[in-house]
Design a protein around this ligand. Structure first.
Ligand code: CUO
Length: 704
């Protein structure tokens, strides 16, 4: 693989340190034409004398194994006009939810994408790195790397490593800076990040902080929006079923969140849909931006959003506008047809209606009529995130709801998305229930399913049936890449998150169809009861079903048993991809070996696959269904390294969504069944199980 490809990743390293300081483990220095160096550094650096061993401002450090610094000669190219980027100052926040920001980002991504060769892209990065807002630079380069053909297999570092300030409290980051300034890497103490620090127990919503503020959960959401930008060139935005995936991925987040709420004695999150009403929940993020050098503003309980008028950000939206847009969306759903710019109607059909609605409500540039329906969901994020300073009188930027990397921390995120989900659900309710012929798989019958784990308390090897064990775990992340202007070397921080013991699904299936078949196995988990212990009717239970896995399996004639490990889930990415530093990757980048590790970072974090449960054991029901893969499959090649292992929530890079059925099938539509058991056809089965939570902390990697 060319060095140039690899060097692109160095622009994620210490994002605020200039390109002419050492980057990465090899202390790479970019030697550039004189005009690349920003004016303000010209007096500090001997640029015309050639870089290398005598860079005056270089901070000496010993390289492992007496390695030599690598000097990269950067190509001199004619620079495109980047003056539009100066509309966003260097030390400001950047968000794709802000129209002005995303228009700038769209242009910049196009420029990154249009660089003919990697050497040109490298030159552009070197030239622009200190001239463009670091958050926007990082976002645009990430999107370009994910989408350029010549950067395939090159995976971007996790945002928590590059910009830890978006995930970790300033006190912990201050400590990290202190230890890295004072101690050599091998003497640096492990910095403990407090688990819950945003509110006291007096605030009931704090019971869910472990979910909302989980680093992996927020990384997933950031990465999803990176993979599915809503503005840019057609090739970047127009991905297979992206509108439907917007609906489904967020629907699953809300279902997961509601189950977590039940486990913590809270009721379902209430949709926030009337922007004239106060938001009862406050949120005090306790984060500080390393780039903007200021804290993220809190939102006090009872805040009422108001008309936004921020000329500097080019944002002017009234609550009334939002009401009009909502009404038009509801009208479109009721009529099952969308009004196009030429006033003709576009029918929302059974196959593509949800995809059209997803793009229209979000809204992406694929919306069939953005002028008429607005950018409802994106604008709703802005309404809430600017509610503390809607007219910029206090010169404050948006709150955490303003960015995909931070939005999920705030309880109101779930209330807003519960409302968005209600809009989608009102459309799905108008679709006819699936007839049995669409649900059955003739000749295939599931006779039994169960969850099997290991009972640790009774000694290794004892099988535990129907119990999912959860507890806390402590993991470590290296902040070296993101601690700009401090001495280099590992700076480890440890944080605590929910996790579960590994388990297997065991599915006994009989095939009497007369020949072997390939089945698509769909596995969901749903609560049995509501918060007050009342048995859930199917209509409610189906909206709370969370997908755990979907895989294909060869089913021979006769009776056979399928065993599937929880670790192979199609909704999650492994722990290592969520947290492990790129420097720990094995194999050469681009090789098959490395592909197995590659940070295809979109995917629900594996440690959050199973909800928390309760000490007594929270009752759930496991659901399994086998459908005919010949009817479901999409003909395409899924070679290793195509980032397909979290396909259920993220799709597959550069491919179609790998399942023809509607996302969330078979629970995406209403049914005449009163209970889940009434809904079952022979190719489905359920079994009761419990989630048992142990309030103890184990260290990641140690056997629990
Ligand atoms: Cu992912 Cu509202 O879309 O946050």
């Amino acid at each position: 693989m060319s060095e140039c490809r690899k060097n692109l990743l160095l622009f994620f390293n210490r994002p605020k340190e200039p390109f002419f300081l050492q980057k990465g483990d090899d202390d790479t220095i970019f030697r550039c034409p004189a005009n690349f160096y920003p004016e303000k550094f010209k007096g500090c650096v001997d640029i015309l004398d050639g870089f290398g061993e005598d860079v005056p401002n270089e901070r000496p450090r010993k390289l492992k194994g007496n390695k030599k610094k690598s000097i990269v000669d950067v190509r001199d190219i004619e620079m495109p006009n980047l003056s539009f980027c100066s509309q966003l100052p260097y030390n400001e926040h950047f968000s794709v939810f802000v129209p002005k920001h995303r228009q700038m980002a769209g242009k910049l991504i196009d420029i990154f994408m249009s660089m003919p060769e990697l050497e040109d892209l490298q030159a552009l990065c070197a030239y622009s790195q200190m001239r463009i807002n670091p958050y926007m630079f990082n976002y645009c380069l990430s999107v370009a790397i994910l989408n350029r053909k010549d950067t395939k297999g090159l995976d971007i570092p996790s945002l928590v490593e590059t910009f830890p300030d978006k995930f970790i409290c300033p006190q912990s980051l201050k400590k990290a800076r202190e230890v890295s300034n004072i101690c050599p890497p091998d003497k640096r103490e492990l910095i403990q990040i407090p688990q819950t620090h945003t509110a006291s127990d007096a605030e009931p919503e704090q019971r869910l902080a472990y979910f909302r503020e989980d680093i992996g959960v927020n990384l997933h959401h950031w990465h999803w929006h990176l993979v599915y930008p809503f503005e840019g060139s057609a090739a970047l935005v127009n991905k297979d079923r992206r509108g439907e995936l917007f609906y489904y991925m967020h629907q699953q987040i809300i279902a997961r969140y509601n189950i977590e709420r039940f486990c913590n004695g809270l009721s379902r999150t209430r949709p926030y849909e009337d922007f004239r009403k106060p938001i009862e929940e406050g949120y005090f993020p306790k984060l500080a931006s390393g780039v903007a050098s200021r804290t993220w503003q809190p939102r006090f309980a009872g805040t009422i959003p108001s008309d936004i008028n921020r000329p500097g950000d080019d944002i002017q939206i009234d609550v009334f506008d939002m009401e009009i847009f909502k009404e038009r969306i509801q009208q479109a759903i009721e009529n099952m047809a969308v009004r196009l710019p030429d006033n003709k109607l576009m029918v929302l059909d059974e196959d593509t209606g949800i995809d059209v609605l997803g793009n229209l409500i979000e809204a992406s540039q694929l919306s069939p009529n953005g002028y008429y329906y607005g950018s409802y969901h994106n604008a709703a994020h802005l309404f809430i995130s600017y509610s503390h300073d809607p007219d910029y009188r206090y010169l404050e930027h948006y709150g955490v709801m303003g960015e995909p990397a931070t939005a999920m921390r705030d309880p109101v995120f779930y209330r807003l998305h519960a409302h968005i989900d209600d809009l989608f659900r009102s459309y799905k309710k108008l679709l006819p229930p699936y007839p049995r012929t669409k649900l059955e798989f003739p000749g295939v019958r599931i006779s039994h399913i169960q969850i099997e784990g290991k009972e640790k308390r009774e000694g290794e090897g004892a099988v535990l049936v129907g119990v999912l064990n959860t507890q806390w775990e402590q993991s470590v992340v290296d902040l070296d890449q993101g601690l700009d202007f401090t001495p280099r070397g590992r700076t480890l921080t440890s944080f605590t998150h929910l996790t579960h013991d590994d388990f297997h699904y065991v599915i006994e299936v009989t095939n009497s169809s007369g020949g072997a078949v390939r089945g698509c196995v769909r596995v969901f988990l749903a609560p049995q009861r509501g918060r007050r212990g009342d048995a859930l009717l199917f209509e409610e239970q189906r909206t709370l079903a969370i997908e755990l896995d979907k895989f294909t399996h060869y089913i021979p004639v006769g009776t056979s048993t399928i065993r599937r490990s929880s670790k192979d889930s199609s909704v999650t990415i492994p722990y290592e991809r969520t947290f492990r530093a790129q420097s720990a990757r094995t194999g050469k980048q681009g090789s098959i070996e490395a592909a197995a590790f590659d940070f295809c970072g979109c995917g629900w974090p594996h440690h959050m696959l199973i909800p928390k449960g309760t000490a007594k054991g929270y009752p759930m029901v496991l659901f399994c269904m086998i459908t005919n893969w010949d009817e479901d499959k999409v003909d395409q090649d899924l070679a290793p390294g195509t980032c397909s292992d979290a396909a259920s929530y993220c799709g597959v890079r550069d491919r179609k969504y790998p399942d023809r059925r509607p996302m969330g099938f078979p629970f995406d539509r209403r049914s005449r069944a009163a209970t889940l058991r009434d809904f079952l056809t022979p190719n489905m089965a359920v079994s009761d199980c419990v989630i048992r939570f142990k309030d103890e902390v184990r260290i990641h990697g140690q056997k629990g």
